[in-house]
Design a protein around this ligand. Structure first.
Ligand SMILES: [Zn+2]
Length: 273
């Protein structure tokens, strides 16, 4: 580990750690290829995610309770792989994140699992404010093209753009459980996409926030209704719903401060203006 790397890591730690105390590894956070849901990140979105993921803590198997088994991304890089072409015919690009862990007795096994390639799949959740049609370039809500169909020989898909937030990344052990798409999951080794059936902490937090915001906007009945409507939504949809409640609250002149239960970093607190 060179001095520059060590300096980058020590920016995030309470005291300076030596090379021997640290473990670092790289993951592919996301790429520019069309995924199973017919969506892909724009180049601009990858650039935003590159910045937003710096300092973000990753969790393992969606279990945040094992707090001593956290890893934090201290460096990100967009890498172009000229030998690979995406489904829409451009050079394959991916966002690589490099993370560190502080070696402890508790995470010894975890580190050997990462070294041994057992923990491979990485999932991320983030919020894209703009979803564009690949055929006409308009927002998908205002166009006639259908995702998955071909127009002039080109596959219609959704381009995720204007990333407003990146919430978390997590490691999922292989094999992963499969269920309906919740957050976007990307593999670091091949093109397989896994979905975890466990609800992420981010989603739990979003549901709590939605309930709280709804309560402030319309009392207990509104909160119960909001809870019900949030029931089957995925992380991105939850974030959208939360935003609409935030707008509603600000429209009504209500200021709500939403705090997460963890208050260790600024990333975890949301303020409504
Ligand atoms: Zn269109």
């Amino acid at each position: 580990m060179d001095k520059t790397t060590l300096d980058k890591i020590n920016k995030f730690t309470r005291r300076d750690f030596s090379q021997e105390e640290l473990y670092t590894f790289s993951v592919i956070l996301c790429d520019n290829d069309i995924d199973r849901d017919g969506e892909r990140f724009s180049d601009e979105a990858l650039e935003s995610l590159k910045t937003l993921f710096i300092g973000k803590t990753g969790i393992f198997d969606h279990n945040a309770s094992s707090s001593n088994q956290n890893a934090r991304i201290f460096d990100t890089e967009i890498i172009s792989d000229d030998s690979r072409t995406t489904k829409h015919g451009t050079t394959y690009k991916y966002l690589k994140g490099t993370a560190y862990m502080i070696r402890t007795d508790e995470n010894k096994n975890l580190i050997s699992e990462i070294d041994g390639g057992i923990k491979k799949e990485v999932s991320i959740s983030c919020c894209a404010d703009e979803k564009l049609c690949s055929v006409c370039g308009n927002t998908i809500s205002s166009c006639i093209h259908e995702k998955g169909k071909y127009y002039n020989g080109k596959l219609c898909h959704t381009i995720l753009n204007k990333i407003s937030d990146a919430y978390e990344w997590s490691f999922v052990a292989v094999p992963s459980q499969v269920n309906a798409g919740v957050t976007k999951h990307f593999s670091d080794a091949d093109e397989k996409i896994y979905h975890s059936s466990q609800e992420s902490d981010n989603e739990k937090q979003l549901r709590r926030d939605i309930r709280r915001l709804a309560y402030f906007s319309g009392g207990r009945t509104a909160a119960a209704a909001a809870e019900l409507s949030a029931k089957n939504l995925n992380a991105v949809q939850l974030a959208e719903l939360k935003k609409s409640y935030e707008r509603l609250c600000s429209h009504n002149g209500i200021r709500v401060q939403l705090m997460t239960e963890k208050s260790e970093t600024d990333n975890n607190s949301y303020t409504l203006r």
